[in-house]
Design a protein around this ligand. Structure first.
Ligand code: OAD
Length: 252
């Protein structure tokens, strides 16, 4: 492993009871899922106000649906990477380990993480705007454009179960995220630009409540000055190096 893991982090991890990982689009970049910001980011090519909000969907449901279908196609062809898998191993290494993700790509679950808080929804789920009936990818009516609800005579529009701009985060998920942040001994902020609130407040909550705050990113972010440790690099290398270092120290 080439990434050097500083002793100060190892010392914290060797006594940690609760570890929380807060992830953003960067953790899936090595799987081939485009991030939102940056030169190759999705929001350089598409405007959020034209796609990721309810009024855009009501105005042009087929366009928004097709955009999500295109993202589903990308996500369906990619695989979880070593960064996702290292977080699965952390569930074994620590008494309590939670992944709070802003990603809707389902890759943490596919990798095998079990304790996941999905703050911004999950692109594989959908629900009817009129009656709330839920649909996973397999039971969706097949249509060229946006599908309509088929339950008990309802013909409402079906939308992806993702949080759009201007919408509240799911209450249970938010409460779970705040709890896992406020009680963390070590908190990792991984592959997120840390600019979208309220999610971006979680690392600061963790730090205020006494967690050792570690940021893993290829670039500095607005969070970097608040981090106790900034590990610059790709999460698919840095996270396995951390797991490897903890395992080595624990082995007598
Ligand atoms: P961004 O696209 O804003 O940020 C991705 C971050 O990952 C950047 O800081 C990159 O430097 C970093 N990065 C890229 N590749 C990396 C790698 N291999 N290893 C480590 N870091 C890497 O994505 P998010 O912060 O997730 O919201 O964006 C937050 C929210 O904004 C998203 O959940 C989405 C979007 O609007 C909703 O859809 C509600």
């Amino acid at each position: 492993m080439s990434t050097h893991i500083p002793d100060v982090l190892l010392a914290r991890l060797l006594t940690a009871q609760r570890v929380t990982a807060f992830t953003g689009a960067g953790i899936s970049a090595e799987s081939g899922v485009p991030t939102f910001r940056g030169n190759e980011g999705l929001w350089k090519k598409f405007k959020p106000e034209e796609l990721a909000n309810l009024s855009a969907f009501m105005k042009n449901p087929d366009l928004v649906w097709e955009w999500y279908q295109a993202r589903r196609t990308i996500i369906g062809t990619v695989q979880p990477n070593d960064g996702h898998r290292a977080l699965v191993e952390m569930e074994v290494l620590f008494p309590s380990c939670t992944v709070i993700t802003q990603n809707v790509d389902n890759l943490h679950r596919r990798a095998g993480s079990r304790n996941i808080v999905e703050l911004h929804g999950n692109i594989e789920r959908n629900y009817c705007l009129s009656c709330g009936a839920t649909y996973d990818g397999t039971d969706l009516p097949h249509t060229a454009g946006v599908p309509r609800c088929t339950r008990s005579g309802c013909t409402g529009l079906i939308r992806p179960d993702v949080v759009w701009f201007g919408e509240m985060l799911p209450e249970d998920e938010w409460e779970g995220a705040v709890r896992a942040s406020a009680t963390a001994d070590v908190f990792f902020s991984i592959g997120t630009s840390a600019v979208v609130y309220p999610a971006a407040s979680l690392p600061l909550t963790a730090k205020q409540q006494g967690a050792f705050l570690v940021e893993i990113n290829t670039e500095r972010t607005p969070l970097t000055p608040s981090a106790d440790l900034f590990l610059q690099g790709v999460s698919g290398e840095v996270l396995p190096a951390i797991v490897h270092a903890v395992r080595e120290r624990r082995t007598p």
